[in-house]
Design a protein around this ligand. Structure first.
Ligand SMILES: C[S@@+](CC[C@H](N)C(=O)[O-])C[C@H]1O[C@@H](n2cnc3c(N)ncnc32)[C@H](O)[C@@H]1O
Length: 280
């Protein structure tokens, strides 16, 4: 059974088990070329660990926690490195939809975290049913912390999760931000082009992929493939501090990059190692 603090090695990929806030401090400065990650969305899924990010009392605290994680990511990133960040949004609710409570289930039976659905958070002047704008609040937090925000990419989902809403359009997009540490950074604009040969546009239409993963929130591997190809060279080191099922590691290895993954939940870390080993 895997334990906190343990490190798995699967070919070119290392998987650290633990809280990224501690493990990032152990990584050497300026060693990583490109970070691609998707932290837990605030108040959505329960990843069943007391140190998980995403279960904070308020979304303000969530934004603060992410800013401090990415400050450490900035330290380990090379001067010409980039950060590709996918963050999800949330609605402020008062009373919820009947799905609140520790036994509530979402699609794949993962528990919802109660607070988001039952109580409007006391900040930002939020009201019942307000869209919080969390991706942009995180992006502005990172900008204020010194990151250069270079692009906002809209991930358009070919097959989004159905929503039974009647008073607004259903959500079918998510946000990906490209940040740089410095004005001059590595970006290989020839590595991924539009079908016509034109420069890649900032909307990516991605379909679901056949998958039998236990993780409820895995990235599409095409999303990771684009970020890795645009943001690194073969042999470079890629980082994912919230690595979940290890998609970043699988794609990095396929593209001849090295990778460091960090995951708090030992079960997911073990599954990542098996997945990466099987795909080698
Ligand atoms: C949205 S999922 C990432 C999914 C991933 N992109 C994939 O393709 O599978 C976020 C992950 O962050 C992990 N996590 C939560 N808090 C963490 C922390 N403090 N340190 C490291 N990992 C954490 C959760 O267990 C979860 O697996």
């Amino acid at each position: 059974m895997a334990e906190l603090g343990e490190v798995y090695t699967a070919g070119r990929v290392q998987i650290y088990i633990g809280d990224c806030r501690q493990i990032l401090r152990r990584l050497p400065a300026e060693s990583v070329q490109c970070c691609i990650t998707s932290p837990p969305y605030w108040g959505l899924r329960d990843y069943e660990h007391p140190d998980q990010i995403g279960a904070e009392e308020t979304p303000e605290e969530y934004v603060r926690n992410l800013v401090s994680v990415f400050r450490e990511v900035g330290r380990v990133l090379r001067a010409d490195g980039t950060l590709w960040l996918n963050v999800g949004d949330a609605y402020a609710r008062n009373g919820g939809t009947g799905l609140c409570g520790p036994n509530a289930k979402v699609g794949n039976t993962r528990k919802l975290i109660q607070k988001r659905n039952c109580k409007v958070p006391p900040c930002w002047g939020l009201k019942d049913r307000d869209l919080m704008g969390l991706p942009w609040r995180v992006a502005f937090g990172l900008q204020a912390d010194g990151w250069i925000l270079r692009s906002h990419i809209v991930w358009i989902k070919k097959a989004p999760m159905p929503e039974s809403v009647r008073n607004r359009p259903s959500r079918a997009t998510e946000d990906i931000f490209l940040f740089a540490k410095n004005p001059k950074y590595y970006y290989n604009n020839q590595a991924v082009r539009e079908r016509t040969g034109a420069n890649l546009k900032n909307y990516w239409v991605l379909g679901p992929e056949p998958c039998d993963l236990e993780h409820p929130a895995a990235f599409p591997s095409e999303l990771v493939r684009r970020c890795i190809l645009l943001g690194s060279r073969p042999g470079d080191l890629v980082l994912d501090p919230f690595s979940g099922s290890g998609t970043t590691g699988v794609v990095a290895a396929e593209l001849q990059r090295q990778a460091v993954l960090i995951e708090l939940n030992p079960g997911y870390a073990r599954q990542s190692r098996n997945r990466i080993t099987a795909s080698a």
